[in-house]
Design a protein. Structure first.
Length: 539
């Protein structure tokens, strides 16, 4: 939030602030005239359905603009709307979800420096169940055709083959909210335009005045489509860990030079630049990749990306930094036990129903249905090992056979394809990192019971074993930062290809430190490194 007060702002200043990054304003002439005589009162509403995601920073950044322009802002937690929209929020969960929404949105606003004392928070059912409001719902129902009601909710209410009557009521409630919240304007996404024009058409029939409508563009999600609470791949949850943020951004659609439907760039435009304290967006790069970049406006950033002078990977890393900066205070608030309990109560994990006549639930199932196993690096049993002996494979010139102490009663036999790449004397008595829960496999007649982890490049061909930090001893656990609490599989099943799926994201970074999706590999004594191969795959 800027420090200058609203008294120093002209009508044009206020208008520009209110319109910044909007796609459309219905009633802009009325808005200009009203700003000449008063500051506006407006509201933004959200139906308390799925968990809010980082896309909510877009309207929150506009709330900051509205406050800076001198507006009085009301935030509506629309619980009845949530229920009417094809029961996206079951009645018994409504109260818990409203509490969660209020808690997390207030945490978001604090994260971006918006003073809560200048906002009013309202729960829809506090006034929508009143006699007067209910009578107005009936009055509206006597005026609106089924066609108009369906059309108004087409972009907002979940569309099904046989719609419930509740979905046809939804637009009318949102229109009436403008009157009962006593506002001059309503703010929302452009997907609500049909509801806004519905309100403009029908409120005067009830004797109420038309309101001004301010609309944000629909910011694309990570997959290029609308960011949605119901599409896990399209969004980053406000409580996602740094590791989850990195993973989702890594998968995000961000084609080189493509500025259309690019959710990563859109987040820069609608959140990072408007909320930046110094107006600068920085991209840190190694000198060999062009060095650091600084952008003071979004247009320059977009142009640089369009010309492919900024790589998607570097853009994602920078957005990840700014995003985690916004999310860190929210995560801290939800580390409190009562807040954690609220999340689990508002969004209980749904258990899959067992198949009919299922006689029992065997191990590895939930209610008779196979449990979904998450592919995280905690499933890898990585240990520090010491190579106590190394010799040539008797039947393969490219293989070594090593005996390795990994802190167990007996050494493990490990077969490595390092002959001709790493001298035997460099392996003798050295410490390395070993993957110990692969299924044992025979390599030219010798069974290998672990795998030595190495950085590797193809051109020119070079392989180098990873180095545990000084002071480690055989058997010390090696883990990925952020995944310390997970338990390794007893054995990685070859058919499930867990190792193959995780391995593609293992690499050394520009500082020669091993990492997985940007999360560093370490032991209790420090980071796992590589002497000479940086930015290289680990195999």
């Amino acid at each position: 939030m800027a420090s200058n007060g609203t008294r120093s702002l002209t009508v044009e200043d206020k208008l520009n602030l209110m319109k910044r990054n909007l796609q459309e304003v219905i009633g802009e002439d009325r808005l200009k005239e009203m700003l000449k005589v008063k500051d506006l009162t407006l509201y933004w509403g959200t139906a308390t359905t799925g968990k809010p995601h980082v896309g909510y920073f877009v309207p929150m950044s506009k709330v900051a603009d509205f406050l800076l322009a001198g507006c009085e802002v009301k935030i509506l937690f629309a619980d009845l709307h949530a229920y009417l929209d094809n029961m996206k929020a079951p009645w018994e969960l409504l109260n818990h979800r409203v509490k969660y929404y209020e808690l997390v949105i207030k945490a978001m606003l604090r994260s971006i420096g918006v003073p809560l004392d200048k906002l009013m928070f309202v729960r829809g059912s506090d006034y929508q169940l009143s006699q007067k409001y209910t009578l107005d719902v009936y009055r509206l129902a006597s005026l609106v055709t089924e066609h108009d009601a369906r059309k108004a909710g087409a972009e907002v209410v979940k569309q099904v083959a046989h719609p419930l009557l509740s979905g046809l009521l939804y637009p009318g409630l949102q229109a009436l909210d403008e009157e009962y919240l006593d506002v001059d304007a309503q703010f929302g996404g452009v997907d609500q335009r049909k509801i806004f024009t519905y309100a403009e058409k029908y409120l005067p029939h009830l004797g109420y005045r038309k309101r001004i409508h301010l609309m944000n563009p629909m910011v694309p999600g990570l997959t290029g489509n609308k960011m949605s609470s119901s599409d896990e791949d399209s969004k980053i949850d406000l409580l996602d860990s740094p590791a989850q943020v990195k993973k989702k951004l890594k998968r995000a659609f961000c084609e080189p030079g493509n500025v259309t439907d690019n959710g990563v760039l859109a987040f820069c435009k609608h959140v990072i630049f408007p909320l930046s304290e110094d107006g600068i967006f920085e991209v840190h790069r190694l000198p060999e990749y062009g060095g650091d970049l600084k952008f003071t406006n979004y247009d320059d950033l977009e142009a640089t990306f369009a010309k492919q002078e900024l790589h998607p990977g570097d853009l994602k890393v920078s957005v990840e930094y700014y995003l985690n900066k916004l999310l860190d205070p929210i995560r801290r608030e939800f580390e409190l036990p009562d807040n954690k309990k609220l999340v689990n109560t508002a969004y209980p994990v749904e258990k899959k129903k067992a198949p009919k006549n299922a006689p029992h639930c065997p191990s590895g199932t939930v209610n008779g249905v196979a449990a979904v196993e998450e592919e995280t690096p905690s499933r890898l049993d990585l240990k520090v090992g010491k190579i106590v002996s190394v010799k040539k494979h008797p039947d393969a010139d490219s293989l070594y056979v090593e005996e390795v102490d990994v802190g167990e009663p007996e050494p493990r036999t490990v077969v490595s394809g390092l002959a001709g790449l790493v001298p035997m004397e460099d392996l003798q008595d050295r410490l390395g990192v070993f993957l110990c829960n692969l299924k044992p496999v025979k390599m030219r007649g010798v069974e290998s019971k672990a795998m030595l982890m190495c950085a590797s490049v193809d051109n020119p061909r070079a392989v180098e074993p990873l180095d545990p930090p000084d002071g480690c001893v055989p058997g010390d656990r090696v883990f990925i930062e952020g995944f310390e609490s997970g338990k390794p599989d007893g054995e990685l099943k070859p058919k499930k290809k867990v190792w193959e799926k995780l391995q593609v994201d293992l690499r050394t970074n520009g500082e020669f430190v091993a990492e997985w999706q940007g999360n560093l590999m370490k032991t209790k004594l420090g980071f796992v490194t590589c002497k000479t191969l940086k930015c290289s795959p680990i195999k």
